[in-house]
Design a protein around this ligand. Sequence first.
Ligand code: GSH
Length: 252
Amino acid sequence: MVATNSVLPIATQASTHALAQAIDTTTESTFKFLYFGLHGRGELIRNLLAYGGAKFEELSLDWPAMKKDTPFGVLPVLYETTSDGTVLELSESQAIERHLARKFDLLGSNSWENHLVDRYYTSMETLSVNFFKVLFAPLEKRNYEAEAFYRDHLPRWIAAHEAHLAKNGTNGHYVESQFTLADLKTALMVDRILLMVPKGLEERVRGLISEERTPGLWKVKETVNAHPRIAEWKKSERHAQIDAGTKGFFKF
Ligand SMILES: N[C@@H](CCC(=O)N[C@@H](CS)C(=O)NCC(=O)O)C(=O)O
């Protein structure tokens, strides 16, 4: 749901200790999310909120007016109101993602599992940077950039993930049979790569990522997308709007 005529929530001014106390002892928080009507850096945060069954609404955006009031002058920003009424302002997409993953128990159950989750989650960073080059390329250069992405970046990433996922039994997870932040991140990255295919390169992409070619990644994507709360979110009208907004923005 997107609020109409919203103003930015006012973060509670209190000591670090008091804010930590509020966020660590909250029994049920509610959330307000500020981002563009695009997937982009908001997608995983929206998916995490949906996965966690969180009560959240999206604030309507007047970016030119609001920009100066955000911590770094960029989006996303998430406002969490804890059960005692404290309002915390969270910024930087990965910091928000890790915060929600911790809250929803998606970081593994020991240090090694936590490292594995972080490793496969973070490995998306380099891939995303190179994928952004395709998305932001001038239209006449898009297929050239896409070819470079499919040739020089995607196969290495696929190979590393497939090797690990096969060792974990190709069961749709990176760590034992737990849902983790890495699962959620991979599922959206695979979806994104399949959704944003430059014209004429459909076969090329199917030759790289498919149920047959990449059974491990495919199973992760299917498992995450079959989770009841994720499936419900992905069927929602708001998700369809964001899909359309993203394709329109990037002219796909
Ligand atoms: N490191 C930041 C980068 C955020 C960022 O670049 N956001 C872009 C949208 S994806 C933005 O707010 N652009 C609008 C602007 O710079 O005015 C993060 O991960 O949150």
